[in-house]
Design a protein around this ligand. Structure first.
Ligand SMILES: *[C@@H]1O[C@H](CO)[C@@H](O)[C@H](O)[C@H]1NC(C)=O
Ligand SMILES: *[C@@H]1O[C@H](CO)[C@@H](O)[C@H](O)[C@H]1NC(C)=O
Length: 424
């Protein structure tokens, strides 16, 4: 390497921050007009390796500012300040169907940002000019994490730092079950007490029919309301996918669980309204989805994109919803006909005269798995639904750039919506 390149300086800040914070990445003291590659590398908790990279040219002063200089090639193109994170993907040769999800939120995700000489696509044995480790956290300093097992709940409570009391969010994930904490811990980092609730896996099998009923959600909601550091009148619900089915059912019909507002991401009001949890899951697994083979001969779980039912027994009566509702829709959602569903919900609310409560955020070319900002886009992944118990390949949809834009915008607007309705 030309010896001048030895002094290349890389600065990435903040070197420790929350996952929804932007990084400022600068390269300085390289040669003018040098071809350099920036790479992000992440070794996941589950052992898998992920990377993103982009090709840059330094300016006349030998610098790159990733906030204003374009990538000329790699895993993203153009000026993309956060491209090195959102375009990250499993390294070549990884097993198919991976999805990056943080399990232990008490440790950070570590990304190594590196600069290499020349425009590279492979990094083994290449000349590394500079490198910096950055920590990305879901849990801000001072956030308190408490596993909850009393009241029959399987949950984790996150409290923001400070004495409170705080407004709160009951956080529900979708049909894969498990206790998934990362979004709730990020909400707590942003000022909301949050309860991540596992409502599908506790002691449950569809075969035995032993699953939670409405009282489980009411207990979780009441638990939050009665917590000394929570403002009892300011508790919201947030759901994704199957979590939306529960959120809407509760918001429309429960006499106990009355959210102050609700955020519904990539889900719908369609379900057998009088049904148990088993009925709802079997309805989706029987009616909604079908395994198909894709061009690589993998089974893909794909929504049949059925028309929205007209029978009111199969739809939550949106006219009964009494709280402000934010619907987040990925227009390329391949798991659920999200656009048709949102249109039908809106129509029901217009007819009932409560559509003033509804806000729809609809994103072209975004898929089903709308995650916190800068999370990698997962178009397809291995998935085990609690309903079917089979591991299948699920098609979620979305196009990487548009999906990433949607994740960033939707998160900002979700926090704004929660602040408006819970803090105002
Ligand atoms: C990098 O670009 C951003 C956005 O244009 C700008 O605000 C910042 O000052 C630049 N930093 C340097 C060191 O040039
Ligand atoms: C699950 O089982 C455990 C132990 O058998 C019990 O303490 C807990 O309350 C059960 N949870 C639910 C949601 O039924």
């Amino acid at each position: 390497m030309p010896f001048q390149q030895c002094n290349v300086k890389l600065s990435v800040s903040p070197s420790r921050g929350l996952v929804d914070e932007k990084l400022v990445i600068l390269v300085q003291s390289a040669l003018p007009g040098a071809r350099l590659t920036l790479r992000a590398f992440h070794h996941c908790e589950d052992g898998h390796e992920w990377e993103a990279f982009a090709h840059y040219l330094t300016d006349t002063s030998g610098s790159i500012n990733i906030s204003e200089d374009p990538s000329l090639g790699g895993t993203y193109f153009g000026v993309e300040q956060m491209g090195l994170l959102w375009s990250i993907r499993p390294v070549p040769g990884s097993q198919p169907g991976l999805r990056m999800r943080k399990k232990n939120v008490e440790t950070p995700m570590e990304f190594t940002i590196s600069v290499y000489q020349d425009h590279l696509t492979e990094f083994k044995d290449q000349v590394l000019l500079a490198s910096q480790l950055v920590e990305r956290w879901y849990m801000a300093p001072g956030v308190l994490r408490t596993p909850i097992t009393d009241h029959g709940l399987t949950a984790t409570l996150f409290l923001p730092s400070g004495p409170g009391p705080f407004p709160a969010v009951l956080d529900l994930w979708g049909g894969g079950g498990q206790l998934v904490e990362y979004r709730a811990s990020l909400l707590a980092s942003r000022g909301f007490a949050s309860l991540a609730l596992d409502y599908l896996t506790p002691n449950i099998t569809v075969k035995t029919g032993k699953m939670v009923d409405n009282t489980y959600f009411e207990k979780a909601f009441t638990f939050l309301q009665q917590h000394p550091r929570v403002m009892a009148e300011r508790v919201a619900m947030l759901g994704l996918s199957f979590g939306v089915s529960v959120t809407l059912k509760m918001a429309a019909y429960s006499h106990i669980l009355k959210p102050k507002c609700a955020v519904c991401i990539s889900g719908s009001h369609v379900q057998p309204v009088e049904g148990t949890m088993v009925d709802i899951l079997s309805y989706f697994d029987r009616i909604g989805y079908k395994a198909q083979l894709n061009d690589k001969n993998q089974a893909i779980m794909r929504n049949l994109l059925l028309p929205i039912p007209t029978d009111p027994a199969y739809k939550v009566d949106m006219g009964c919803v009494k709280c402000p509702l934010l619907l987040v829709v990925g227009e390329d959602d391949q798991n659920w006909p999200a656009c048709e569903s949102a249109a039908d919900m809106k129509e029901m609310m217009v007819r009932a005269g409560n559509d003033h409560l509804l806000t729809i955020l609809s994103y072209p070319n975004a898929g089903h798995l709308l995650e916190p900002p800068y999370s990698p886009h997962t178009r397809v992944s291995s998935f085990r639904s609690v309903g079917t118990r089979e591991k299948i390949t699920a098609l979620w949809g979305g196009e990487c750039v548009a999906h990433s834009v949607a994740q960033e915008d939707a998160w900002k607007k979700t926090l704004g919506f929660l602040r408006h309705h819970l803090y105002a």
